[in-house]
Unconditional design. Structure first.
Length: 285
């Protein structure tokens, strides 16, 4: 069973001079990661609706709505034009719950109104856009690169905010789906799963009044940085709770999946067999 681990400063020094794109980098975990990377000597390009509350010679900002493909494409093209390459992408932008599926709103006729899908769009579609672009541009480079996405502790447990929880399950599911194809490349993808963290979603004005297991975004930023820096980390999900770190994807979740399968043919092998049969059938036509 995996145990908690520590992240030393020496684990992060390889990020010096690396070029990093961060979505949602103007507040919360994103901003904490910007500050950490700048301290480490990295170059950072932030894509967000508002600029970060700091200036630095190694920091650039591009206004970006992560739900907009043109905005995200412009962010990546700006980075390539300015810095010639990308080393890491942190797909971090996210928002809290915006709709309730159990107690649906109704219109003047008493009919249910369509749910507000803003959280799904921001947390999931935005991450997919960022990751898709990252894979495209990183594949064009000779050097290895990585993607880190912000999942959540709600990615693997029940949590009574259905749109937020579903979107964060989607973030984890995306990594699981794309990972088998990334093994054929020099691209790594990993994710973080923060527990209760003081951010724009949980501002200090609120957390200061509640006795809860809060942690500061700076400790989460270190998990992001180590996933970028450590080239041995692939397909990992680091759970961060009260300033402690634990890898839970291979350490727990995939172990449970293998136990559930109990010797059955893994789905990936079945899919590969299907693809081979279909390819053979098409060639025979």
């Amino acid at each position: 069973m995996a145990s908690f681990f520590e992240i030393a400063d020496s684990d992060l020094i390889s990020l010096k001079s690396d070029v990093v794109i961060i979505t949602g980098g103007s507040s919360g975990i994103g901003l904490a990661t910007v500050n950490l990377l700048l301290d480490l000597g990295a170059t950072v390009v932030v894509g967000d609706m508002n600029g970060p509350p700091l200036s630095h010679q190694n920091l650039s900002f591009q206004k970006c709505d992560v739900t907009s493909w043109p905005d995200q494409l412009s962010l990546f093209k700006f980075t390539i034009e300015k810095h010639d390459h990308i080393d890491h992408v942190f797909a971090n932008a996210g928002i809290g719950s915006r709709c309730e599926h159990v107690n649906a709103d109704t219109d003047s006729n008493g009919d249910p109104v369509a749910p507000n899908l803003t959280t799904y769009d921001t947390n999931f579609k935005g991450m997919v856009y960022s990751s898709h672009l990252a894979i495209y541009y990183l594949q064009k480079q000779d050097s290895p690169g990585s993607i880190v996405a912000t999942a959540s502790a709600s990615s693997f447990q029940h949590f009574p905010a259905s749109d937020y929880t579903a979107s964060k399950h989607g973030v984890l599911g995306f990594m699981r789906g794309v990972l088998p194809n990334l093994y054929q490349t020099r691209i790594r993808m990993n994710e973080i799963a923060p527990s209760w963290t003081v951010t724009g979603l949980l501002p200090p004005q609120l957390t200061d009044r509640i006795d809860g297991p809060w942690q500061q975004p700076e400790v989460v930023a270190r998990a992001v940085a180590v996933l970028m820096a450590d080239q041995k980390r692939q397909g990992q999900l680091i759970y961060i709770v009260q300033g402690k770190y634990k890898e839970v994807e291979e350490g727990f979740l995939m172990t449970a999946a293998r136990e559930i399968l109990d010797g059955e043919e893994p789905a990936i092998k079945v899919l590969q067999n299907i693809k081979e049969v279909v390819a053979g059938f098409r060639m025979a036509q």
